[in-house]
Design a protein. Sequence first.
Length: 473
Amino acid sequence: MRAAPTILHLDMDAFYASVEQASKPSLRGKAVIVGGLGPRGVVATASYEARRFGVHSAMPMGQARRLCPNGAYLIPRFTLYRQVSDIVMAMLRELSPLVEPLSLDEAFVDLEAGGVAFDSDSARATGERLRADIRAATGLSGSVGLAGSKMLAKVASEEAKPAGLLLIEPGTERELLAPMSVRTLPGVGPATGEHLRRAGITTVGELAEAGEDELVRMVGRAHGAGLYRMALGLDDRPVVAERDAKSVSVEDTFDVDLHDRVRIRGEVQRLADRCVQRLRGSGHSGRTIVLKVRRYDFSTLTRSETLRGPTDDPAVVREAAARLLEAVDTTGGVRLLGVGVTGLADYTQEDLFAQSSAAGAEAEAAEHEDDGAGGAGGAGGAAEPEATVGGAGPSEGPERSGEPQEAPERRWTAGSDVRHVLYGPGWVQGSGVGRVTVRFEQPGSEPGRVRTFRVDDPDLAPSDPLPLVGDLS
């Protein structure tokens, strides 16, 4: 614990939804829900307007639609979210060399290490200046907590939401925490909270009064001792600038269970390629390939294979994932597939190309054998493009040789960016029965007009997102 509140926790407010509201003027002040739009999608973020209806993160999208039928439901645009996050994280690194990102929209900062704060007054001034700078650079709001420890700084930012700042003076921690719910403390989830409630403990003050011995008896040695320290406001964890990535993975949930073995194999290959893209983007390679399969009955199987050395070769990852799939029974149907790489390193083992070639013959033979067997021939589902939120929209299955291939209908998912030759930039409000509806507006403009086009209109094309602030041409 520090004698001055020089640990800062920044948490951007309803980040994904706020980015969407900032980039789409017609949605400002309205209920916006970002997440997977398919039947099995989940909510990634809901705006504060949507939260008034009971919508929250990780809620099934179907339930959200029932609670808030008039909300704007949009796919996530992670490219834009990462761009905005990079701007915010760069500002934090200007304050201190010790910045510990927790996600795209959340981070700890050691202000003392950066020499920008040594007491309450300087810490508060730094926090207020940061919030103003973020607003100017992105048009978004963030909540700031300041305290003598990471735990308390995070508690403070949560209490400051939305768009506020709370500083916890050292020495006042127990008084502040006492009336709060035990769920306020990190690591106290629904199960632990319910267990404590049954024992008559609902507030942090009651948790502290119970004593360490009683808590150890109730929830175990490690968890009980940690809970008692947190209830007293004690936390000595330092802000860590760099966290080593342990794994890279992607996964898709399907609107309809997959039964076709060829389609399943094709999806695994596609996931392997996406996984390698993320692996290379993070500057890593890995030794262990992991396949995740969730079947029709929600049973989840995980299979892994460890290579002779680390690789970032897409052919090696594809072939390893294909071999792992051969050992999994998918005849009942598959609702989720995932491919990951663990055992990360910052170099590659070049001689794995030989391994790739040798393994390729096995994979090819197995593929021909399966093709001859015919597969189950079930209806394919619509793959959702981002694992963390469920995503939206179907992906194309693999082509079958000898069958005529029709040109796929252009798909326009709600919230995606487009540009029209005549009307300029806009975003998709919805599509169906061969038509797509677009609202033409951009960050900083007035709410725009809505126009409808054929889905194959040659003057309408997908577009990159525009920056929230700055040159919008």
